[in-house]
Design a protein. Structure first.
Length: 485
C-alpha cells in the first residue's frame, strides 16, 4: 500500500501540484440475511484501489484507479493534476486550507472477535433461529434478519509528510417482524430499524444484542399493533426512545451543521441549511438542558463516526455543537474552516471508498445525558405519548420543518404507560422542538446508535454515523400529524 501511495504522490508533485493527498483503501464486506426461513443474501466483496486528490493552479482535482500498476498510477496522478488545472479556469478564488501538521501514526479499532473468522454457517444458523422464533407468533407474515461485517484498511499519505494507517472493523445486526392484515401493514424492529445496531466493533456486538432472546417480544408487539388504537392527533407531551432521539439528532442537528451545506457547496439529497453563519454563537437552538457534541474520539465510544484521523489527516476531535442550548459549532473541513476564518478543521472529512472524494460527514453527533431513568420520566408525565423506533422521516431542504413516524407508541396517563398506539407520528420546527425539551435521561439509559445508511453527495456516498442519546421528553408537540385530516 505504501509503495503505491508514494508513487502517486511523487508523480503529482512532479507535475507541480501545490498539495497532494493519497488514500489507498482495501475494503472487505460480508453481508448475510434471511427471509421467512430461507437464506436471502449471502455475499462477500472486496474493493481495493487508490484515490488521488490534488491542488494545482489553486483548484481541486481528483482521480482514482483500481489498476495498481505503476503506469496506471502515474496516469491517474497526472489526470488528477489535469482536472485541477481545468477546474482552475472557472475558479472564483484559490483554494485555501486551514493548516495541519505532519502526522505519522497507526491506529486500529478495538475488536474482540474478528467477524470474518466466524463461519458463515454459524451466522446463518443464528439468523434462521431468530427468523423461526418470530414466525412462531401467529400473525407474523414476514420475518427478516441480517448481519453486516466490514473491514476497512486505509493508508493516507500527503505532501505535508503525513503517513497514517488505520484499520477499522464494523459489525451490524438486527431483525424485523412484519404483519399484513387487510390493507394494513405493521412492523417491529430490533434493536433498531433499518438494519439494527451497528458499531465499530467485532462479532461480540452480535452476541451482546441477544437477537434470539428478543425475537418473541418483538413479534408479539408487531401483531398487537394491528389491534391497537390509532395515535391521536393534537398537541401532547412526548417521550422519545433513545434510538428515535438519535434519528432526530441526525436529521435536525447533524445535517444542518455540515458547513458545506451552509456555504452552498453541497445541496444534494438533504438540501442546504437554515444555520447561516450569523447564527453561530447567537442562536438559541434548544433548551438549556440540551448539550450536543460531534465526537469522533475513541473515548466517546465505538460509533460509526469513530476514528483516529479523518480523510484529510486531521486528528479526531470532540466539538461542542450545542452548549447549554446555544448553537456553538459546525462540522468543518480544512477548506471550509479557512473560509470562515477558523484556525483548524475539526476533522470531519470522510469518503465512502477509494474512488470518492472526501466530504464533510457527521462523526458521532450525540446528545449528552441528563438525569433519571426512563421509568421516572414516564412517572412524571401526566398526559403524553411514548414513541419508540423510527419508521419514517421527512424534513425540508433547510432542515427546519420535519415530520417523523415511529413503529410503536404507548399512551401515558397519570404517570403510567397504558394502551398501545399504532402509527405514532409527530412534527414541528427544529428550533421550537429542541427548545421544548425539558428532560433527558441519565447515562445508564444512553446508547451510541449506528446509522449505516446516511447518503450525501453526487455520485452518492453512503456513510456510517453515530448518535448517542438517552430517552428525552418534549412538551406540547404536534402528534398524529402523518394521519390527521
Amino acid at each position: 500500500m505504501k509503495d503505491l501511495a508514494r508513487a502517486a504522490l511523487d508523480t503529482a508533485m512532479a507535475r507541480k501540484a501545490s498539495y497532494v493527498d493519497v488514500r489507498v483503501m482495501d475494503i472487505r464486506q460480508r453481508y448475510l440475511s434471511t427471509k421467512n426461513g430461507q437464506p436471502s443474501q449471502v455475499r462477500e466483496s472486496r474493493s481495493f484501489g487508490l484515490g488521488i486528490r490534488v491542488i494545482a493552479d489553486g483548484a481541486w482535482g481528483f482521480a482514482a484507479t483500481d489498476e495498481l500498476s505503476r503506469a496506471a498510477i502515474d496516469a491517474t496522478a497526472a489526470q488528477a493534476v489535469d482536472i485541477a488545472r481545468a477546474s482552475a479556469l472557472c475558479k472564483k478564488e484559490d483554494v485555501r486550507l486551514a493548516p495541519e501538521g505532519k502526522i505519522v501514526d497507526r491506529w486500529e479499532s478495538h475488536c474482540e472477535i474478528d467477524p470474518f473468522t466466524v463461519p458463515v454457517s454459524a451466522c446463518l444458523d443464528l439468523l434462521l433461529k431468530v427468523d423461526a422464533e418470530m414466525r412462531k407468533v401467529q400473525g407474523i407474515t414476514l420475518a427478516e434478519t441480517s448481519m453486516d461485517f466490514r473491514r476497512i484498511d486505509q493508508l493516507f499519505l500527503s505532501s505535508a509528510g503525513s503517513e497514517i494507517h488505520q484499520l477499522k472493523t464494523q459489525t451490524g445486526a438486527g431483525f424485523v417482524a412484519s404483519s399484513f392484515a387487510g390493507n394494513e401493514i405493521q412492523r417491529r424492529s430490533y434493536p433498531n430499524s433499518f438494519g439494527g445496531q451497528h458499531q465499530i466493533r467485532g462479532y461480540e456486538l452480535v452476541e451482546e444484542l441477544d437477537l434470539l432472546g428478543h425475537a418473541p417480544r418483538i413479534a408479539e408487539e408487531c401483531v398487537a399493533l394491528l389491534r391497537a388504537e390509532q395515535c391521536p392527533s393534537g398537541e401532547k407531551d412526548i417521550i422519545l426512545g433513545s434510538s428515535q432521539v438519535g434519528l432526530q439528532i441526525h436529521e435536525s442537528i447533524g445535517h444542518p451543521i455540515e458547513l458545506d451545506r451552509v456555504l452552498g457547496t453541497e445541496a444534494n439529497f438533504a438540501g442546504m441549511s437554515f444555520l447561516t453563519l450569523e447564527k453561530l454563537g447567537t442562536l438559541k437552538y434548544a433548551s438549556p438542558l440540551v448539550n450536543v457534541v460531534a465526537d469522533a474520539t475513541v473515548a466517546h465510544g465505538p460509533g460509526l463516526g469513530t476514528f483516529a484521523y479523518d480523510d484529510e489527516g486531521v486528528p479526531a476531535q470532540s466539538t461542542p455543537i450545542i452548549r447549554d442550548g446555544l448553537f456553538a459549532g459546525y462540522l468543518t473541513s480544512r477548506e471550509t474552516a479557512a473560509a470562515i476564518n477558523q484556525p483548524r478543521s475539526n476533522g470531519t472529512m470522510r469518503a465512502e471508498a477509494w474512488n470518492r472524494i472526501p466530504l464533510i460527514r457527521m462523526t458521532n453527533v450525540s446528545l449528552l445525558p441528563g438525569k433519571g431513568k426512563l421509568a421516572d420520566l414516564i412517572a412524571s408525565t401526566d398526559d403524553g405519548i411514548y414513541m419508540e423506533t423510527n419508521r419514517s422521516w421527512s424534513i425540508d431542504d433547510r432542515r427546519y420543518n420535519f415530520q417523523f413516524g415511529t413503529e410503536i407508541g404507548w399512551e401515558i396517563k397519570g404517570g403510567k404507560k397504558t394502551r398501545m398506539l399504532k402509527n405514532p407520528s409527530y412534527g414541528g420546527i427544529t428550533t421550537e422542538f429542541w427548545n421544548s425539551c425539558d428532560a433527558i435521561c441519565a447515562p445508564e439509559e444512553w446508547t451510541l446508535w449506528g446509522t449505516p445508511n446516511c447518503g450525501k453527495g453526487q455520485p452518492m456516498q453512503t456513510m456510517g454515523t453515530g448518535h448517542g442519546a438517552s430517552p428525552a421528553r418534549f412538551r406540547n408537540v404536534k402528534v398524529g400529524v402523518a394521519y390527521s385530516e
